[in-house]
Design a protein. Structure first.
Length: 153
C-alpha cells in the first residue's frame, strides 16, 4: 500500500471535472503562485510550468483559466501574464498598438509597479517598445492633467 500524501491542490485543480487527474495535486500549491518578478520568482514559475507540462489535463486547465480570466498563478503551463497575452491578437500598425496600450493601461501600470521590465511588457502586449514608451508618457501626461484639474477645482 502506498502512503502518498495528497497536499491541497492548486487553484487550477478546483474544477471537479478534471481535478482528480491534475498533476499539481501532488505538489505544494505555493509553487504555482510566485510573487513578483525576481530571479527566484521566475525560477519558481518555471518549476511550476514543468509540473504542468507533465499534466494530462493541461489543455482543460488552460482553457478554464483563460475562460474565467483567472488572474493569479501558473495555470495550464502559463503565467497570468502569458495567459493575458494569449488572448490578444497581433495589432496592425502603430495606431492599433497604441490603442492596445491605452486599453491595457491598468494592466501596464500594475506590471510597472511589479517592476516587470519594459521589454517584457512590450512582448506580452505584442507591441513595439517605442509604442509602449509613448503610451507610458501619455499616461503620465494624462495623470498630470487630471491632477492639475483637481488642484484648480
Ligand atoms: S495544468 Fe498545471 S495547474 Fe493545471 S491542473 Fe495541471 S498541473 Fe495543475
Amino acid at each position: 500500500m502506498t502512503t502518498e500524501i495528497r497536499r491541497p491542490i492548486s487553484l487550477a485543480a478546483r474544477d471537479p471535472r478534471w481535478s482528480q487527474e491534475a498533476e499539481c495535486q501532488y505538489t505544494d500549491p505555493e509553487l504555482f503562485f510566485p510573487v513578483g518578478h525576481s530571479k527566484a520568482a521566475v525560477e519558481q514559475a518555471e518549476r511550476a510550468k514543468a509540473v504542468c507540462m507533465q499534466c494530462p489535463v493541461r489543455d482543460a486547465c488552460l482553457e478554464w483559466a483563460v475562460a474565467t480570466g483567472e488572474q493569479f498563478g501558473v495555470l495550464g503551463g502559463l503565467t497570468q501574464e502569458e495567459r493575458w497575452a494569449l488572448t490578444k491578437v497581433t495589432p496592425r500598425g502603430p495606431g492599433q498598438a497604441m490603442d492596445r496600450c491605452l486599453e491595457a493601461r491598468e494592466q501596464i501600470l500594475a506590471w510597472r509597479e511589479e517592476l516587470v521590465p519594459l521589454r517584457r511588457i512590450a512582448s506580452l502586449l505584442n507591441v513595439d517598445r517605442s509604442v509602449l514608451r509613448a503610451a507610458l508618457q501619455r499616461f503620465s501626461r494624462d495623470d498630470k492633467r487630471q491632477h492639475d484639474l483637481e488642484v484648480a477645482a
